[in-house]
Design a protein around this ligand. Sequence first.
Ligand code: MG
Length: 190
Amino acid sequence: MNDKRLNICVDIDGTITSPYYFLPYLNKLLGTDVGEEEYLSTDWNKVFGKEHAPLFKHFDELCPESYDVADLLEDADKYINKLAESSNIYFVTARKKCLYERTLLWLKNNGLEKFKTYMLGHNNKGDIAKDLNCDIFVEDNPENAHNLAEAGFRVILMDTKYNRELRHDNITRVNSWKEIYRIIQDLGYN
Ligand SMILES: [Mg+2]
């Protein structure tokens, strides 16, 4: 048993939300029909086609309501709140600041309102992980996870169709928040 409080950074999209909730909105906007099975990369150019690129960057302004309907991953609220009894939890997302109020409301509606939330607007999470003395980063995005792992952070990777290729000594792949909780418990800090 160790008294240290772990600093746990937690991504939002695809880590505490369902990974594919925005697909219907994006398909409607682009006039495409990409299903979950085909969503094999976080690079929208690859998945939807480069010809749609001009619309990608306006998605947040054109479809902000998509963020409201995101389903919480099973028991994410329960296990994050349990972890918070003996760890510091920080939400660290690449979402843009224009989604701040929406995101806070969603977190509140899902029982996760009490944690500090950083909305970076970009995918470089290494600096903030360092600033927060991050011990564990829970992430789904393969590029972010790889970069964090390369920088020496321990990453717990929520398994998705678009990150299945990723392997790294600092990355532990999981399928549920129950599993994440068990892994962190096994470290002996809780
Ligand atoms: Mg994510």
